[in-house]
Structure formats: C-alpha cells, structure tokens
Ligand binder design. Sequence first.
Ligand code: PLP
Length: 353
Amino acid sequence: MEIKITETTAPNAKPDAATLGFGRIFTDHMFMMDYEPDKGWHDARIIPFGPIVLHPAATVLHYGSEIFEGLKAYRRADGKVQLFRPMDNIRRMNDSAERLSLPQIPEEMALEVLLAFVRHEQDWTPSAPGTSLYIRPFLFGNDETLGVHTVHHATFVIIASPVGSYYKEGINPVSIMIEDADVRAVRGGTGYAKCGGNYAASCRAGERAEEKGYSQVLWLDGVERKYIEEVGSMNVMFKVAGEIITPKLTGAILPGVTRRSCIALLKEKGYTVSERLFSVEELQRALSDGTLEEAWGCGTAAVVSPIGRLAYKDKEYTVSGGKIGPVTQYLYDTLTGIQWGKQKDPFGWTLPL
Ligand SMILES: *Cc1c(COP(=O)(O)O)cnc(C)c1O
C-alpha cells in the first residue's frame, strides 16, 4: 500500500527521559487513512502530528463508535527497536471493529502501516531503563450524519508517545477496592472489545475508589456481581494454594496480550494455570484462611502490578504481606527481559523493526 509522507517543518526536541510521564508528549507525526465502502481503506498518509478536524455530526461524537489498541516499541541495548506481539494487537483490533460494526483492516495491511509509522518515528523511542514508545492505534466512525446506521466512513489513526518507566521507585503494590455497584461489561456487550465506551462507563467507579484511598477497582461480572473479571484496565491473576487462577474469557473480559503471555510463561515454568470462574466468595475464603499467596493485575502499561491490599464491603485484607510475591516478580522480570531484549525470546514474541 502506498503511504504518502509529509514531513513536519517544525520538529520538536526529544524530551528528557526524566520528564516522561504517560501519554502527554507525542512524536512529530501521525498516521492516518480513511475508509469508504466503495474505495476500501485509502489515502494512507504519515503527516505532521496535529488536530483532527471532524464534522459536528461525525458518528464517533454521538454514538461512540470508537476502538483502540495499545502496544509498545522497546529500545534494546544494541540500539535496535522492537515491538512485542504486534499481530496480537492487530487481530484484537479487528475483533473489536467487528463488534462495533466498524470496518476491519486486513492483517497484512495493518502490520505494514504500523511498521511504516513506527519506523518513521523510531528515533522517539527512549533508551533509559523502563522507558518505551507507547503506540496508540485507534479507529472511529466518521459519517457526517446523525442517522443511526452502520458506519460507512471510518478513519484510522496511529499516534505514538514516549513514556516513562511505570515503576520509577521500584514496584509498589497497589490497593484495590472490589466494586459491587457499577459493572464494566456484560456478556453479550462490548467487554471483550477495546472500545472507548467501556472506559467512559468505568470512570465513575474508579473515581469513587480513589476518593476512598484505593488506586483501582476490581470488577465483578455484570449479571450476578459474583465472579471476578478484571482489575481497573488490567486482567487479573491470583495464586491460591499453588494454583494460578485467572478469570476465563466469558466475552465480558478483555483478552489481554499480557494475560496471554503470562499464562504461557507460567505454564512453561510448570505452574498449574486455571482459566475459570473465580467468585468473590472464593477469594474471600482464600484471604481469610491464608491460602491466597499472590494477586496481580497485568497489562501493557504496567506489565504486572502486584495487589497489596484488597477491600470488599468495608473489610480490608492484606495480600502477600503487602509486598510483591515471587511469581509476580518472575513474570515482571521475564516479560520485561524479553521486551527490552535483555533475555532471549524462545516464543518468537518480539519483532525488531
Ligand atoms: C487493554 C486492556 C487490558 C490489557 O491488555 P494488554 O493487551 O495486556 O495490554 C486489560 N483490560 C482492559 C479493559 C483493557 O482495555
């Protein structure tokens, strides 16, 4: 596919690694292409980073037809830049698109434009420990009418942001509140799709948890509020009496690339990993009788995030003595080792640019 490149005339200086947060600084360019039924995906272009002009009736602004992805480019010690399992993100993006009736992007085309864009911006990949270039592809409905119907015109964009180390002062366990009022997703809904709407609907519970001094919420299923689903915007795993348990993908849970990678690493290490229903009662029992050994969230941003405190219905429990447990630490070290190329990659997960 031909990609038209327009270089910026006002390049920005690369930021100092110490000032990097998450998603506040962007690279000099962005990728865009458009979709119409009779033309397919067309007008692929890398253009200077800047505002997107939308018609006031654009579908995304009214009916929330938007999906996104999140992956990172990592700078290795030899200076080369590599991606981690990008095809998994591309496939998931198409699954999300299908759920929201947005046009899909043929896999080879999606990989081609992603690689072209990241290669063009790769100098923005920082090299300080723990830093990376966060890549945010997103796709939205862009019909210029208020009529509710399947989207005809869609726009696909990729932006990139150099991001700092998630753990500047070492890995700190997080405190989690089990949410029993709001739900994030229901089976049959959009829980398995990475769509903006899921986030919009989950902000309120997150704010309430923060007001009470917790950093994120643990989501229960939307039907019975009985089974554990995710933690904040991460997948969740528990180690109970030697068994590693993670909620099975019921349709309400986002199938995380980090989740999938953790499962593979744990199985390779000989652990029993059960993808099954895990109720909040079972969790409470494991907390009370001391069989809960470790709990952690997993996702691209944090890799793994150990859970140190858990609150449910005004009762608070400490997990793993409020410290990171050995399995959580193993997953963190191994995944980051592979991602930054410090460790060999027996699974073929990394793709150098
Ligand atoms: C993106 C996301 C995750 C984690 O997925 P990764 O592919 O591991 O980054 C988990 N839950 C939700 C709701 C998400 O949006």
